[in-house]
Design a binder for this molecule. Structure first.
Ligand code: R5P
Length: 295
């Protein structure tokens, strides 16, 4: 069955790379914004009977990119696509994955339900904040972890490496990166002094003194988490601190914050466009797509 890759307005070039790797035809969605701010999309080709792979990341402005994706999914179904696969490199709203306070929306659930009901038969995303969230999507889904690619970027720069997750939630990423580098890993444990209220970060299992430390996380938004981790690791004696993340949202002077906190170099993947988005996730996505498309 014929398969075609469709690049949405927020595909950041990943659509083109995937199509080349899979040797598939690639088309761009026609797209414009009406004077009142509403989005318009149009498929420039026939979709009848085809497997349609729509690539659209949900980086800022998230809501606009989400609506464009919903329009594209629904239209693809209407136009007779046999199978619709949504490739969403950055899945926005993933951090609101439960009700932290009564009355809140579980945003990722709403987003995944919307993608499914708009017409996504399958979903591929990259390093979603918590993999379990994908259970809210009632179709097949694949979470691609781009650690091999991120680690490859740093591999030759690190001497006596050590991988650290900035919190317990990110420890799986640290473990996988450490396995690739064949080095130890740990996470920073947060504790609060009950009397002073002061927060401190500590490491239980490893000694960072005189080692190059690679901090890995899914998202850098304001840079606060990475900056805090870097400062602490430097205090603990790390020689140099490198930072790797998948999604570089970089809000409110995040990069400056990291430099001030002693981060030697920071790199991200291209799920979100930014000046540090140097590592492509296209090969990893193409590999995942091979499991979902029938040729
Ligand atoms: C939190 O659990 C995430 O994994 C990231 O650590 C967090 O979202 C980063 O945000 P910021 O850069 O604003 O500290």
């Amino acid at each position: 069955m014929e398969a075609v890759v469709i690049g949405g307005p927020a595909s950041n070039g990943i659509d083109n790379e995937i199509a080349k790797k899979l040797n598939l035809k690639r088309e761009k969605l026609e797209h414009k914004i009406f004077p009142d701010g509403e989005s318009y999309i149009r498929y420039p080709i026939e979709l009848e009977g085809k497997q349609v792979i729509i690539v659209q990341s949900l980086y800022p402005p998230q809501d606009k990119h989400l609506v464009e994706l919903l329009l594209a999914l629904d239209a693809a179904k209407d136009l007779g696509a046999a199978k619709v696969i949504a490739v969403v490199p950055y899945l926005a709203y993933s951090r609101q994955d439960r009700r932290f306070r009564g009355g809140e929306a579980v945003s990722i659930k709403t987003v995944l339900k919307a993608l499914r009901s708009a017409g996504a038969d399958a979903l591929i995303t990259v390093d979603v904040h918590k993999e379990e969230s994908l259970n809210y999507f009632e179709g097949s889904s694949i979470n691609v972890l781009p650690l091999r690619e991120l680690v490859a970027y740093f591999e030759d720069k690190l001497s006596e490496p050590l991988v650290i997750a900035p919190d317990k939630g990110a420890v799986r990423r640290a473990r996988e990166a450490a396995n690739i580098l064949n080095c130890p890993y740990d996470y920073l444990e947060k504790s609060r002094n009950r009397i002073t209220g002061e927060v401190s970060l500590s490491l239980k299992g490893v000694d960072v003194r005189n080692r190059d430390v690679l901090i890995v996380d899914d998202i850098i938004s304001t840079g606060g988490t990475m900056a805090l981790a870097s400062r602490r690791l430097r205090e603990l004696g790390a020689r140099r601190v490198f930072a790797a993340c998948t999604h570089a949202l970089l809000r409110r002077g995040a990069l400056k914050k990291l430099v001030n906190a002693g981060v030697h170099e920071v790199v991200a993947t291209n799920t979100v466009p930014s000046e540090i988005s140097k590592v492509s996730v296209a090969s990893a996505i193409a590999e995942a797509l091979r499991k979902l498309i029938s040729v």
